[in-house]
Design a protein around this ligand. Sequence first.
Ligand code: AVI
Length: 324
Amino acid sequence: MAALARTALRYSARHEAAASETFAEHVIHGLGDNPKWLSAKYFYDSTGSDLFEQITALPEYYPTRTELGILEKNARAMSAYIPLAAALVEFGTGSTRKARILLNAAPQVSAYVPVDISAEFLAQEAAALRRDVSNIAILPVAADFTRDFDLPSQIRARPRVGFFPGSTIGNFEPEDAAEFLRQAARILGHGSTMIIGIDLIKDAAVLNAAYDDAAGVTAKFNLNVLTRMNRELGGNFDLSAFRHRAFYNAEGRRIEMHLESLKAQTVTVAGRRFDFATGETIHTENSYKYTVDSFRALAESAGWRPAATWTDEKGYFSIHVLKI
Ligand code: AVI
């Protein structure tokens, strides 16, 4: 099962209360609101995680391969920002694929701390990494990385480098993104470094295609949350009566994903009835895009000092080194 299943993404301050809700409470809350919405963290059941893995390989979904390309090309330059004997702390470790590129280019790293909500998944990844990478301590932490957690005692005396690839921070509302960065600074401590991947604003056609691919994988990913509600909350959503909608909202600087009702209908889920008008949507995800400067400003507002940035040739994606 892919890793994002275990990532507990918080979506917005408005939805902060939702963080502690059960799935049923969340659905009653979100579908009872006007407009209707759901937190994107519910995409990632095991089917959703597999679909997300498929998305990362789609021709239209440029972020994953572009970020990997930037990492491969510049890992040695990034390594210059990683202090001797540093511990690399990865927030919400999906796969260790990206961290491995950094670890190969930075032999001075003495410990790797993957942080993920699933202890089982972490144990598997840690075992695989221990087989492949020698000479560094692998110290997994099973925790929700969006909340406070303790770093392993073994790395207390070592310099710390946070790693948050994938533009996952783009799924946070900007105020939550700043709060995450402040919290990461508290966890990592003064004198720390952060290496973070950020998707950039670009031509709307490129963005729209990345979130509405020709093969319909992103549509399946979006619609899967209805299947999940049917299965887990006794829902009766008819998947053929909803369609996937994704579009770049230029004013909001974000991709929005919605599920649009194709007819007037009443759905029962979590023991409640919800009415849908034709064309009414459930807002299921925001994926914020930044410019290099707007991300740097966000990082500065959270107390970090931008130290370096790399982008690909098309300027589609960026990786930033921040210091505190
Ligand atoms: C996980 N996250 C960074 C993805 C994104 O691009 O916002 C989730 C995704 N949603 C649709 N496609 C990919």
